[in-house]
Design a protein around this ligand. Structure first.
Ligand SMILES: [Zn+2]
Length: 646
C-alpha cells in the first residue's frame, strides 16, 4: 500500500546526499536476536528495528520550532493576492507556495510517522492534529492562486513563461492546472458547486473525500447485527465484518458456506437502503460531471487525472476477451479440491495447504536484492542501503500500539520511510518487495525532479510495487527447494491475479454499468443491482461456476464503489507491473532503462506518456493480455505439478 497522505502532500528542499550518509554504516545483517510479537510494547523492540526520524527533525523541540516559524510565514503568501498577472510576482508566489508546502509536509510527516508506531499516545495525536491544521492553513492561504492563474488567457501565459524571472520552471504544474480551464464555470456557479461538495478539483485522493451517502453506507454497515454462525469447533459465534474473511476461507466447507450465506442473506435484508446509498453516490458523481459539461462521470473523473477513457474501455474489453483462463481456474479449483460444483464460498480457501516458509529478516535482506538483480546494479545498491536496518528507513516489527499494515511514506529530500509489521513469513517478504517498489520509485523521482514535479499520480503508483513482487515471485519459484514450496508459490500468484485483476475489473465493470443506468435515467433498484452483479459473476467465472440465490448481493458491501472510479487502478497497476517485469526479464537493459525513465519522471509528463516511455500502452490490450497469459501459464504449471488435467 501507498500511504495516500504521504503522496498527496509533497515537499521541496535540497536533496540530502543520502548515499554518502548511508555508506557510513556497514553492519548489514548483524542484528540482535529478537522474535517479533505484536503484544510487545515498543520499548521491548530493539532500536535497530525502528525507523529513524531524526533526518526529519532532530527532536520534538526542533519540530515545535519549525512549526511555529512556519505558522508565522503562512500569511506571506497572501501578499501576492491580485498580483499574479505579473510574471515575476507569479514566479515568486509559486516559489513561496512550494517552499511552504514542502516544509509543512516535513512537519506533518514527522508527526504522522511518530503517531503510526504509538497510535494511542495523546501527545503524538495532538501534534499530528496541529500539523494537519498547518497544512490546511497553507492550502487555504494559497486558495486564491488557482482562480488567478486560470483567469489568464493562453497569450498571457506564454508571455509569462517567456519573461525573465517568470514562472517557466513551473510550466508543467501550471499547464496541468490550466488543462481543464474550459470546465470552470461562472464564479457564482463555482460558488454553488463548492457548497455542493464538488470534488473534481480536489487536490487529495478522491477516495479520501467521503460524501454523506458514503458515510450513511458506512454507518449502515456498522449498525447491522450480523447473525450467529458456527465456527470450526461447532461453537455458535457472532458473524462480524472483521471475522467474515476468516470464516470465508475456512477449510471446513460447511463453516464457510454457512458464513457466506448468512452474510449475503443479511445484506439482502437491507438491500433497499444499500441500493439507495449507492444510487445517491453515483447520482452525485454524474451531477458533478454534468455540471461541468461532461456527458458522463467516467469522462470527468478520468480527465481529472489527465487520463483517457480509452484506458478504462481497454481494461474492460481486454479482460472480457480473456475470461477463458478464469474459467480454467474454476475447473482447476474443482479438481484440486475434489468438488463437483464450485460456489463463491469455495473461492477463498487455499486450493492446497501451503507449506509455511520461515523468512527471518536477515534472509529477506539477502533474498530481495538477489531477486531484483534484473533491475541492475544501481537499483540494487539503493535497495540494499534501504534494507540495511541501521540506515533507519524501516520500522520493521509490530508492537502493541503500532498501526497494522505496511506502507511507504516519502518526504522530499529525505530517504523514503517503510512501515512493516514483519512476522517472518514469506508473505512478509512479498510485502517488503512491494513497499520497496514504492520506496525506490519515490527515491528515483526525488533524485530527478524538482519538488513540483516529483509526485507520481495514483494511476502510476502500484506499478513499481507489483513489478518487484513479480520479479521476486519468479525468483522464488525458480529457486524453490521442494515441489510443495513451488506449489504454494504458484497458488498464491493465482490468487493475487484473480483477486486483483479479474475481481477488481468485475467491480470496475459494475461501477461503469451502474453509472450508465444513472446517466440514462434508469431508476436504480436493489433488484437491478442484484441482477447486474449476478450477471457479471456468471459471465466472469463462467459456466462451470455455481451462483447461489443471494450471491448477487455482494455489491452491497463493497466500499470501492464509493471511491469515484478508483478501483480500476488496482487492475491496471498489477497488469503494468507484471508486463514490465516480463519485459525486463526478456529484454534486459534496454527495458530497464525505459522503465527507469518512468520511475525518474515523477509527474513531469502526463501519466500515459510516462507509461509509454516504459514500453506500456494502456489504451491497447498487450499489457493486460500479457498478465492474463501469465495467469493461464501458471494454471498449466500448477496443474502439471498437482497432476490434474484442465
Ligand atoms: Zn502499494
Amino acid at each position: 500500500m501507498l500511504k495516500p497522505f504521504a503522496h498527496r502532500l509533497i515537499a521541496v528542499l535540497v536533496i540530502a546526499p543520502v548515499l554518502s550518509v548511508l555508506a557510513l554504516s556497514a553492519f548489514a545483517g548483524d542484528y540482535p536476536d529478537y522474535t517479533p510479537d505484536s503484544n510487545h510494547t515498543r520499548d521491548q523492540v530493539p532500536d535497530v528495528y525502528k525507523w529513524d526520524l531524526t533526518p526529519l527533525f532532530a527532536s520534538v523541540a526542533d519540530w515545535e520550532k519549525a512549526l511555529e516559524k512556519l505558522s508565522g510565514e503562512v500569511e506571506r503568501i497572501e501578499s501576492y493576492k491580485g498580483k499574479l498577472s505579473n510574471p515575476k510576482a507569479m514566479a515568486e508566489c509559486l516559489d513561496l507556495y512550494f517552499d511552504l508546502h514542502n516544509r509543512a509536509t516535513h512537519v506533518q510527516q514527522y508527526a504522522a510517522l511518530a503517531l503510526e508506531t504509538n497510535s494511542t499516545d495523546q501527545e503524538k495525536q495532538a501534534r499530528h492534529q496541529r500539523a494537519l491544521a498547518l497544512i490546511d492553513d497553507v492550502m487555504n492561504a494559497a486558495g486564491f492562486m488557482r482562480g488567478e492563474i486560470l483567469a489568464l488567457d493562453d497569450d498571457a501565459m506564454e508571455k509569462a513563461y517567456a519573461a525573465p524571472n517568470g514562472p517557466a520552471e513551473y510550466r508543467r504544474y501550471l499547464d496541468d492546472l490550466r488543462r481543464r480551464r474550459s470546465r470552470v464555470l461562472h464564479p457564482e456557479a463555482e460558488r454553488v458547486l463548492q457548497l455542493a461538495g464538488d470534488n473534481l478539483w480536489a487536490e487529495i485522493d478522491l477516495n479520501e473525500i467521503q460524501s454523506s451517502v458514503e458515510l450513511a453506507f458506512g454507518a449502515l454497515l456498522s449498525d447491522i447485527t450480523w447473525p450467529m454462525v458456527h465456527d470450526e469447533e461447532g461453537n455458535e459465534v457472532r458473524l462480524a465484518l472483521s471475522n467474515y474473511p476468516v470464516f470465508r476461507r475456512s477449510p471446513n466447507r460447511e463453516v464457510r458456506a454457512e458464513a457466506v450465506s448468512a452474510f449475503f442473506g443479511t445484506l439482502r435484508e437491507f438491500q433497499h437502503v444499500f441500493a439507495q446509498t449507492l444510487a445517491g453516490q453515483f447520482e452525485l458523481d454524474v451531477f458533478y460531471a454534468r455540471a461541468r459539461g461532461y456527458d458522463t462521470a467516467i469522462e470527468a473523473y478520468m480527465d481529472k487525472d489527465n487520463l483517457d477513457t480509452a484506458v478504462h474501455d481497454n481494461l474492460l474489453g481486454t479482460v472480457n476477451d480473456n475470461l477463458k483462463p478464469l474459467h480454467r481456474y474454476v475447473e482447476l479449483r474443482k479438481k484440486v479440491m475434489g468438488l463437483d460444483d464450485l460456489h463463491i464460498y469455495d473461492l477463498y480457501v487455499p486450493m492446497v495447504e501451503a507449506a509455511e516458509i520461515e523468512m527471518p529478516y536477515e534472509e529477506a535482506e539477502r533474498t530481495l536484492p538477489e531477486a531484483l538483480t534484473p533491475l541492475g546494479v544501481e537499483y540494487v545498491t539503493v535497495l540494499k542501503e534501504g534494507l540495511e536496518l541501521e540506515n533507519g528507513w524501516i520500522d520493521l516489527y509490530p508492537s502493541s500500539d503500532k498501526e497494522a499494515g505496511a506502507f511507504c511514506a516519502t518526504v522530499y529530500g529525505r530517504h523514503p520511510y517503510v512501515k512493516m509489521n514483519y512476522q517472518n513469513s514469506a508473505d512478509d517478504l512479498s510485502t517488503l518487495a512491494h513497499e520497496f517498489g514504492h520506496a525506490l520509485h519515490s527515491y528515483m523521482s526525488m533524485e530527478n525532479q524538482p519538488y513540483q514535479d516529483f509526485r507520481y499520480v495514483p494511476f502510476l503508483a502500484e506499478i513499481a510495487s507489483t513489478c518487484n513482487e513479480a520479479l521476486l515471485q519468479d525468483y522464488l519459484v525458480a529457486n524453490a527447494k521442494s515441489k510443495e514450496e513451488k506449489i504454494g508459490l504458484l497458488v498464491s500468484e493465482l490468487e493475487t491475479i484473480r483477486t486483483t485483476i479479474y475481481r477488481q475489473t468485475l467491480f470496475t465493470e459494475f461501477e461503469r454499468v451502474v453509472h450508465g443506468y444513472v446517466e440514462d435515467g434508469t431508476p436504480i433498484t436493489a433488484r437491478l443491482l442484484d441482477d447486474t452483479y449476478r450477471g457479471l459473476v456468471e459471465r466472469y467465472y463462467g459456466p462451470g461456476f455455481t451462483v447461489d440465490e443471494d450471491d448477487g448481493m455482494e455489491w452491497a458491501y463493497i466500499p470501492h464503489f464509493y471511491y469515484k472510479y478508483y478501483v480500476y487502478t488496482y487492475a491496471t497497476g498489477l497488469s503494468c507491473g507484471l508486463a514490465i517485469a516480463e519485459k525486463v526479464k526478456a529484454e534486459g537493459e534496454p527495458a530497464v532503462e525505459d522503465y527507469f525513465t518512468m520511475l525518474e519522471g515523477g509527474c513531469s509528463k502526463p501519466p500515459l506518456e510516462l507509461l509509454e516511455g516504459a514500453g506500456v500502452d494502456l489504451t491497447k490490450p498487450q499489457a493486460i493480455e500479457s498478465a492474463l497469459k501469465r495467469f493461464d501459464r501458471t494454471i498449466t504449471e500448477l496443474a502439471e505439478l498437482l497432476e490434474v488435467d484442465v
